[in-house]
Design a protein around this ligand. Structure first.
Ligand code: C5P
Length: 227
């Protein structure tokens, strides 16, 4: 299991300071909407200069197939190791994206977002008119058939996804609160043991790390636990 740290902080300098604090640790860095919209490619380059961290660009793309395929082709030219799209964009979009990316010699991993970890059943139902488990198994089958590498889901759907697709189809689980921190806006949260039991391949942790007084210490404790 790998630890992915969300760099959802307030400025370019905050991102750089966090990267310096975490230098040398076996982590992935997740750059999401806040940091990427503000700082763009120069942030990715600056982080790679501090350490050879693997980078997950978390932009959760959603659009018509041709627009998504073109956008993903542009993303694949960046020095990143993983990015994601929404599975609800559908099979035509996901298959078109993978057809384009598979023409490259090397491409980043592509994950599909299933149900956001901030949804509980009630809110999810009000939008999708089905329960989370049904929707996630459907999304994961479609994503697997199109040749994506894995799904973004909560720890509670990780095993279900692997059972419905393949044990090597990867799962990446946000909503992790390692040491009983507050859940903030997340609804389907889990701790490190739950992530392990459910065979999560990547856990994502943001606020419990970047808001901590000693982010490096929390990372080290998490890494010790998931070894
Ligand atoms: O601060 P916290 O640990 O809740 O951060 C979780 C991170 O994972 C955020 O950057 C959020 O955008 C992202 N994420 C999520 N749920 C998803 C996909 C991504 O929380 N389904």
């Amino acid at each position: 299991m790998k630890l992915c740290v969300a760099f959802d902080v307030a400025s370019f300098d905050d991102c750089i300071n966090l990267a310096k604090k975490l230098k040398g640790l076996d982590i992935w860095v997740k750059i999401g909407l806040r940091s990427y919209l503000r700082d763009g490619v120069k942030l990715l380059e600056a982080i790679k200069k501090i350490d050879d961290f693997k980078i997950f660009l978390d932009l959760k793309l959603y659009d018509i197939p041709n627009t998504m395929a073109d956008a993903c082709f542009e993303l694949a030219k960046l020095d990143i190791d993983m990015f994601n799209i929404h599975a609800s964009a559908g099979k035509s979009a996901m298959c078109m994206i993978m057809d384009r990316l598979n023409t490259l010699n090397k491409r980043p991993l592509v994950f599909a977002v299933s149900a956001l970890t901030s949804f509980d059943e009630e809110e999810f139902f009000s939008i999708y008119k089905q329960d989370i488990k049904h929707a996630v198994s459907n999304f994961s089958k479609l994503s697997y058939e199109c040749g994506l590498d894995g799904m973004v889901c909560s720890v509670y759907e990780s095993l279900l996804i692997k059972e419905n697709t393949h044990v090597n189809f990867l799962t990446l689980t946000p909503g992790i609160r390692p040491f009983k921190e507050k859940q903030d806006d997340q609804k389907r949260i889990g701790d490190l043991n739950t992530a392990k039991e459910n065979k999560s391949d990547f856990i994502v942790i943001g606020r419990p790390i970047y808001k901590a007084e000693e982010p490096r210490k929390i990372c080290e404790d998490v890494l010790k636990h998931i070894k």
